[in-house]
Design a protein around this ligand. Structure first.
Ligand SMILES: CC(C)(COP(=O)(O)OP(=O)(O)OC[C@H]1O[C@@H](n2cnc3c(N)ncnc32)[C@H](O)[C@@H]1OP(=O)(O)O)[C@@H](O)C(=O)NCCC(=O)NCCS
Length: 191
C-alpha cells in the first residue's frame, strides 16, 4: 500500500519530530509503513482481518490521493513492543482505534473528524458501543482533536519505541451513540 505508507510517513515526520527520538524516526520508511498495512489485505485488495475496520480518505487529483487513514480492532492487551496495557481498561473498553493519520498539509480541514466518525459507525455496526485509543501524552494537537470529539482521558501507560519509553494517555468514549446520528461531537451544522 504505497500511497498509505507515503502519507503516513510524511505525517509522522511532521507530527512526531521533537516528540519521538530522531534515531527512531530515521529508521522508518514509506515502504516499510506501506508493507505494514499491506499484510492485512488479501490478493483482491480486501481487508482480511475480521472486526478490524480500516478506512482511507482519498482526494483525487493529488500526487498522492491518499490523504488519511484510520484503523482499529479488538483492544490490544500489549503494545507492539510488549508494554502491558492496564487490564481493567482492556476489559472496560473492548474496542480500540489503533491509529489515525491525516496528510499534514490538510490538517484542520475536517478529514480526521470524518474518519473518526466513519470508524465509530463501523464499530457500532460490529456491536461495539465504546472506544479507547492511546495517544502520546505530549501530542497536544491530537489530544485537542480527541477532546473536541468527546473523548476523555481514562488512564496512562508507557510506550517503548526504539531505545526510549514515552508516556501515553488513553482517551475513551463510553458511548458511540452521538456518532450514529451522522454528526461527530464538535462538528458544526452548516446551512
Ligand atoms: C490528529 C489528526 C488526525 C487530526 O486530524 P485533522 O483532520 O487535522 O482534524 P480535524 O480537521 O477533523 O479537526 C477536528 C477538530 O479537532 C480539533 N483540532 C484538530 N487539530 C487541532 C489542533 N492542532 N489544535 C487544536 N485543536 C485541534 C478542532 O476542534 C477541530 O475542529 P475545528 O478545526 O473546526 O476547530 C491530525 O492532526 C494528524 O494526522 N496528526 C498527526 C498524527 C497524529 O498525531 N495522529 C494521532 C495519533 S494518536
Amino acid at each position: 500500500m504505497p500511497g498509505v505508507g507515503a502519507m503516513q510517513h510524511a505525517c509522522w515526520m511532521h507530527a512526531y519530530k521533537g516528540l519521538l527520538d530522531d534515531a527512531f524516526l530515521s529508521q522508518l520508511s514509506p515502504e516499510g509503513m506501506g508493507m505494514y498495512h499491506g499484510r492485512h489485505f488479501d490478493a483482491a485488495g480486501k481487508h482480511a482481518a475480521p472486526r478490524m475496520p480500516f478506512f482511507v480518505a482519498e482526494m483525487p487529483g493529488r500526487t498522492n490521493p491518499i490523504v488519511g487513514l484510520v484503523r482499529g480492532g479488538p483492544t490490544r492487551a500489549k503494545s507492539a513492543a510488549g508494554d502491558p496495557v492496564p487490564p481493567e481498561l482492556v476489559s472496560r473498553f473492548p474496542f480500540e482505534l489503533f491509529g489515525i493519520h491525516v496528510a499534514h498539509d490538510l490538517h484542520r480541514s475536517g478529514i480526521g473528524r470524518a474518519l473518526v466518525q466513519r470508524f465509530a459507525r463501523a464499530a457500532l455496526e460490529l456491536g461495539e458501543n465504546s472506544l479507547i485509543l492511546w495517544v502520546l501524552s505530549e501530542n497536544k494537537p491530537a489530544i485537542a482533536f480527541y477532546e473536541s470529539l468527546g473523548g476523555r482521558p481514562v488512564g496512562n501507560c508507557p510506550l517503548t519505541l526504539g531505545a526510549r519509553q514515552y508516556p501515553q494517555t488513553a482517551y475513551a468514549w463510553t458511548t458511540l451513540a452521538p456518532f450514529a446520528e451522522g454528526l461527530a461531537p464538535g462538528a458544526r451544522h452548516t446551512h
